[in-house]
Design a protein around this ligand. Structure first.
Ligand code: NAD
Length: 360
């Protein structure tokens, strides 16, 4: 098994650099403790890259990402760049990275840490031990389908349209990812569609069902998206892996992640091509940037996902999750997850606490 990995570090904007700095500390400790050989190549992305090089995704950044074994991204965007041309906005870098790295699957775990159960908006008994993984198709569906646009009709009124389209192979490859990850979890896949109304998601249901023949050890069920949205807040623990289209996944993964209480705790992985990309689900949080208030745990947990999904070292992910769990159990909290009686710590102190656990 290889122990040599090259990671492209894309800190980005706002709190991005602050949380990436803590993740780098964790990577260096893992490198020492586990005898890894890590090459970390830091390059600008988003607003920072626009300032430095006039483009949110400069050629060198893309090349560095493409040639790495995995990419770790902080966050991009901020009020400073809201007025510039759409094609040069920091957020465009994300689309560029996803399409050029062929990241067609977005994995978003919604896992609740025991110490944070009361931060959820749902009752304790509904979310205790919650552990869901939403697998969202990321490069197809209605967000990319053609034709699209807004037209003016002969009578002067306007008509807007988008196209929801999925080819069989696009459905098959995302379903395969869902079945494969379910095999490493509780072996249950819920495929979410709107097959009662949309023909294309009828095809989705058929293709997922056909592929299921190859995974007899995994249970497959189907659910309409409106019911799934309801079930996620009624009885979320019924789910293990949810697989769905780009737009449904966009909405359901936000809903599922919020069951855990804090945006600063949630990692994500985008996979499919040769190089996976890992990032916290939160944005650049300009309101708290530079104040030492950012929660670095989502980014640190994203490092765990990188080891699990890109480097096939699941035990490192488990180690990181346990370290985070212990720090939370000891009562340390950044402000976003602060509770009465706990000890508030800064971004760097939180990173140090995780490291101290990893060193044990
Ligand atoms: P946001 O996620 O940046 O912030 C939402 C709220 O959550 C803010 O109050 C923020 O302070 C808080 N928050 C977020 N992450 C936190 C953390 N780690 N620790 C503590 N608190 C945290 O979303 P927004 O305010 O809607 O967007 C801000 C900018 O980020 C925008 O420019 C947006 O386009 C961009 N954005 C980028 C990404 C990305 O890079 N993947 C994702 C979403 C938004």
């Amino acid at each position: 098994m290889s122990y040599k990995f090259t990671i492209a570090l894309l800190p980005g904007d706002g709190i991005g650099p602050e949380v990436i700095q803590e993740a780098v500390k964790v990577l260096r400790v893992l490198e020492n403790n586990l005898g890894l050989d890590l090459t970390l190549n830091e390059v600008p992305v988003g607003g920072a890259a626009y300032e430095a090089e006039g483009h949110p995704l400069p050629e060198n950044t893309l090349k560095t990402a493409q040639s790495a074994d995995a990419v770790l991204l902080g966050a991009v965007g901020g009020p400073k760049w809201e007025k510039i041309d759409f094609s040069l906005r920091p957020e465009r870098a994300l689309l560029g990275l996803r399409s050029s790295l062929k990241l067609y699957a977005n994995l978003r775990p919604a896992r609740i840490f025991p110490a944070l159960v009361d931060a959820s908006s749902l009752k304790r008994e509904l979310v205790e031990n919650l552990d869901i993984l939403v697998v969202r198709e990321l490069t197809g569906g209605i967000y990319f389908g053609e034709p699209r646009g807004v037209e003016t009709l002969p009578d002067g009124s306007r008509k807007g349209f988008n196209t929801l389209v999925y080819a069989e192979d696009e459905i098959k490859r995302i379903a395969r990812i869902a079945f494969d990850v379910a095999r490493k979890r509780n072996k249950k896949v819920m495929s979410v569609d709107k097959a009662n109304v949309l023909e294309v998601t009828g095809l989705w249901r058929e293709v997922v069902t056909e592929l299921h023949v190859e995974y007899p050890d995994v249970a497959l069920d189907h659910m309409y998206v409106d019911n799934c949205a309801m079930q996620l807040v009624r009885a979320p623990k019924q789910f293990d892996v949810i697989v769905t289209t780009n737009m449904f996944g966009d909405i359901l993964s936000d809903e599922a992640s919020m069951l855990t209480g804090s945006i600063g705790m949630l990692p994500s992985a985008s996979v499919g091509g040769d190089t996976g990309m890992y990032e916290p689900i939160h944005g650049s949080a300009p309101d708290i940037a530079g104040k030492g208030l950012a929660n670095p745990l989502a980014t640190i947990l994203s490092v765990g996902m990188m080891f699990k999904y890109s480097f096939d070292r699941e035990e490192v992910d488990t180690k990181i999750e346990s370290a985070v769990e212990s720090v939370l159990d000891q009562g340390f909290r950044t402000r976003d997850i602060m509770q009465e009686g706990m000890t508030e710590v800064s971004t760097t102190e939180m990173g140090d606490r995780v490291i101290a656990e990893l060193e044990k």
